[in-house]
Design a protein around this ligand. Structure first.
Ligand code: MIF
Length: 839
């Protein structure tokens, strides 16, 4: 423990004995006042909801604290097997409303605040999102840890405490402009710094052999530059069950010794500069989704996360079980969230062999029994391959270990396929073509006992395509775990009106057992129920409009009777926002030509961030905004067709958006979206999907039924068959609508003062090498959209479809996903935490 100077000499047990915290309205009022007035020094003249938020958050956090400790003690007393979820991203969003919901105090606290003249909504909205993730992958991690706590599983989330989260997106002249997200500027009441659990992380230096006193040969990793990893813990409460798990995020801090040496040498500026270099490691989240940029700092981040987390687990092991690692694998398991933290595999080897003196074979047995790997994408640009030279320089001991792992592995391959050198070349962890590089995904495959994809199709494609050789070698390692979302945040909390109607109709069991939503299905035939459903949806649409207008004032008139057609997700060519825009232009053209009466009124909402370095994606944002500008200014389109770009899409925005969506756009090129999770949130809130047979869409359609899903597009197999002879120009030649849409685009109709602006976007979809085959799916997409309009014309029928979609969304709860992870991979025993005040 590096900070033992903080150890108290003789604390009494009485130090932790406090009166029980009340859960009544009055108790919250009193505590709130205490914090508001005494801690924060505010009074009735303070107009900023921020301080009220802070005072209430303190009061709520107090109530989590005892439960948190009780949870920890329960795990320790029962010597419970634990799972550590290693993730470079945790996209948590806001904490307060979730904490209140899971504590079961939302109504009481709302009333308490009301008595004090405070609107709880305003207070909740003043909380800054914790945006420590890019999109689906990071949000999945956040939903997972909510479900783990609700299922009473001993799980710790390990991640990085980025000083700057996902950038804030502003739109200037239709273009994305990024603003840094300094989310910690005003402090963070939800985190607790735990200096006493800091660890030292090594970088650089070199390795040396040495002989122990017993005459054994070992490796040293020496002359390193060290950085301290300091943990910050956030409580993760389960839903009304007394469990509070931890999310532990590491912050990089310059080590004291490291500074001292430099100070003593008298070089003050050098010392400060190196301090900054060290602390840079956790400065910023890389804003690329499904794309690795290969930056040195990113590798440092990955190693920093892996090393700090593993050292933490091992320190706890030694503390509770001593230095014998015989039972380590029975009690500990690591889930690697994508390839990013896979450097944990050689790091665990290093810690066990070099620091704890296990034999290579014993350490490898432990590693292979404790590591499990989730793959989240097939896109080659997202699979990191670190240069051997870079790794040699940054983490030389790790590079040696990787070579050794690979040597053993190559032996295994050659035993299995004698003489098959081509297969050895293909499967080697070290890519030899060009500059030598480490295939991190292969390292993860070799070092893990379980490998899973995130939806049925994706897992199947992993086995048949990307990881085929490995599947042939170890078929038993492979499994599927279809993603989910937490129904607490994504229905109970974000859509209280619908949640209330559901609870009134089928009871509240659905909140922790989402399959119970199925009981709603018969009510689709009940006219009175449909009417109530519809009223709630219309009100949510109105709230969505109000939200949009509050954030970005506009003169536009919105009609809640229009179909709210929503596509919100990262901007990426494979997600095909461009296909959506082509359809909007087609509608615009058709209304211009034939009048509006052939179409139902439609409001198309598109939101999402582009990676700052992804030029075409940024151009797509500009295209959406330009098309929006032309359409929304055209009197012929008034009340018929609106296109809006929603700036700064994030977790808290989705909480406003999904209750108000009618139509969910899931239109990626088949085989490219591993799963998708926005599709699930929208379905849960009664939106109907228009989608391709991609990712979890396939399972959504299976659950909702073919007749409650608008299917279009080529299948994954058809897409692959077309490659090599894809001919978009001939498709355009044969489709008058498409020809006209492209003509409008190419003639500069949407960029009259900016000639040539969209040439690159247009060229990309017209290219026979377009990997996303947007043009190929245009006709079937437009036809599916016509079926959407027909269905929407019959409002009663549409409402039935909406109810049936929600009723069949039970599969997409992360409670189901996590139960599967636990049954097949983790094998944890749920721990009941006794807490005096919990129900
Ligand atoms: C996938 O692209 C997405 O399809 C998936 C990804 O739902 C999600 C969670 O499994 O992971 N870098 C990525 S992979 N970002 C994502 O959203």
């Amino acid at each position: 423990m590096p900070h033992n100077k903080f150890v108290l000499s003789n604390p009494k047990l009485a130090i932790i004995k406090l009166p029980e915290q009340g859960m009544k309205k009055h108790d919250f009022e009193e505590d709130f006042k205490q914090y508001y007035v005494h801690l924060l020094g505010r009074d009735e003249h303070c107009r900023s909801p921020y301080y009220a938020n802070e005072a209430l958050s303190q009061a709520i956090r107090d109530r989590l604290m005892e439960r948190w400790k009780d949870t920890h003690h329960t795990y320790r007393a029962n010597d419970a097997r634990k799972l550590y979820y290693l993730s470079m991203e945790f996209l948590m969003g806001r904490t307060l409303s979730n904490a209140m919901l899971n504590l079961g105090v939302t109504d009481t606290v709302t009333a308490a605040m009301y008595d004090l003249g405070i609107e709880i909504e305003e207070l909740i909205a003043s909380e800054h999102d914790a945006g420590l993730g890019n999109g689906g992958l990071g949000r999945l991690a956040a939903c997972f840890i909510d479900s783990c706590a609700t299922l009473q599983l001993p799980v710790v989330g390990y991640g990085l405490r980025y000083e700057y989260g996902m950038f804030t997106q502003t739109i200037v002249n239709g273009e994305q402009v990024e603003k840094p997200d300094h989310w910690l500027r005003h402090g963070n009441v939800w985190e607790i710094e735990r200096l006493e659990y800091s660890h030292c992380i090594k970088f650089g230096g070199h390795t040396e052999m040495y002989t122990t006193e017993e005459g054994e040969l070992r490796k040293h990793w020496i002359s390193t530059s060290n950085v301290l990893a300091v943990p910050f813990d956030t409580p993760i409460p389960g839903y009304k069950n007394g469990t509070v798990n931890s999310l532990r995020l590491w912050k990089a801090v310059a080590t004291e010794e490291f500074n001292l040496d430099e100070f003593n040498a008298g070089d003050y500026a050098e010392a400060v500069a190196s301090k900054i270099t060290a602390e840079n490691i956790t400065m910023v989240l890389y804003p690329n989704d499904a794309n690795e940029n290969g930056k040195e700092l990113r590798l440092k981040q990955q190693y920093f996360l892996a090393s700090a987390s593993l050292q933490d687990v091992i320190a706890h092991w030694v503390d509770t079980h001593g230095k014998d690692f015989k039972h380590f694998a029975e009690k500990n398991c690591f889930q690697l969230n994508d390839t990013h933290p896979s450097i944990a595999i050689p790091e665990l080897m290093r810690l066990l062999v070099d620091e704890h003196h296990l034999s290579w074979d014993d350490a490898w047995t432990i590693t292979k029994k404790t590591m499990a790997y989730t793959n989240h994408t097939l896109l080659p640009e997202a699979l990191e391959k670190w240069s051997v030279n870079l790794m040699r320089r940054l983490v030389p001991r790790l590079m040696e270990i990787i070579f050794e792992i690979n040597a053993h592995f190559m032996e295994e391959v050659s035993l299995h396929w004698p003489g098959d050198t081509d297969r050895m070349r293909r499967m080697s962890i070290i890519e030899e073509e060009g500059e030598q590089r480490v295939r991190m995904a292969y390292l993860a495959l070799v070092g893990s006992f379980s490998v899973n994809g995130v939806a049925q199709l994706h897992s199947q494609l992993l086995q048949q395509g990307l990881f085929r050789d490995f599947y042939e070698l170890w078929p038993y390692k492979f499994n599927n775990k279809t993603n989910g979302v937490t129904p607490r945040r994504w229905l109970a909390s974000c859509n209280p009106e619908l949640a209330e109607l559901i609870t009134e109709t089928i009871g509240d069991g659905w909140i922790t057992d989402l399959s119970q939503l199925k009981k709603l299905e018969p009510y689709a035939e009940n006219a009175k129920f449909r009417q109530r459903w519809r009223v709630i949806k219309q009100a949510a649409k109105q709230r969505l409009i109000d939200y949009k207008k509050r954030k970005h004032p506009t003169e536009l008139h919105f009609d809640v009777n229009a179909i709210f057609d929503v596509q919100v997700k990262r901007i990426h060519e494979y997600k095909r926002q461009v296909l959506n825009v082509l359809h909007v232009i087609h509608l615009y053209n058709d209304i211009k030509k034939r009048g509006a009466e052939h179409h139902v009124a439609r409001c198309v909402l598109i939101g999402g961030k582009a990676a700052p370095g992804y030029k075409i994606a940024k151009k797509i944002i500009k295209l959406i905004n330009n098309v929006s500008h032309v359409i929304n200014a055209d009197p012929d389109m008034a009340n018929k067709l609106t296109l809006l770009f929603l700036p700064d899409y994030r977790v808290s925005a989705m909480e406003k958006i999904c209750p108000g969506a009618d139509l969910s756009e899931q239109i990626s090129t088949a085989g490219k979206e591993a799963s998708g999770t926005g599709n699930m949130k929208l379905m849960m809130n009664g939106a109907i999907t228009i989608g391709t047979l991609d990712g979890a869409n396939i399972e959504i359609r299976e659950e909702a039924g073919d007749e409650n899903f608008f299917l279009f597009g080529l299948t994954e197999q058809e897409i692959e068959e077309r490659r090599g002879h894809y001919d978009p120009l001939s498709i355009i030649g044969q489709d008058q609508d498409l020809k006209e849409v492209l003509h409008l685009l190419e003639s500069g109709h949407f960029n009259q003062c900016e000639p040539g602006l969209f040439d690159d976007v247009i060229a990309s979809i017209k290219s026979p090498h377009d990997p996303w085959m947007t043009i190929a799916d245009f006709r079937s997409y437009v036809d599916a959209q016509a079926r959407v309009e027909d269905a929407y014309r019959d409002q009663d029928h549409w409402t039935k479809m909406s109810i049936i979609n929600c009723a069949n969304s039970g599969k997409f709860s992360t409670d189901r996903t996590i139960n599967e992870y636990n049954q097949d991979i983790w094998k944890l025993t749920p721990q009941h935490v006794k807490h005096h005040t919990c129900k």
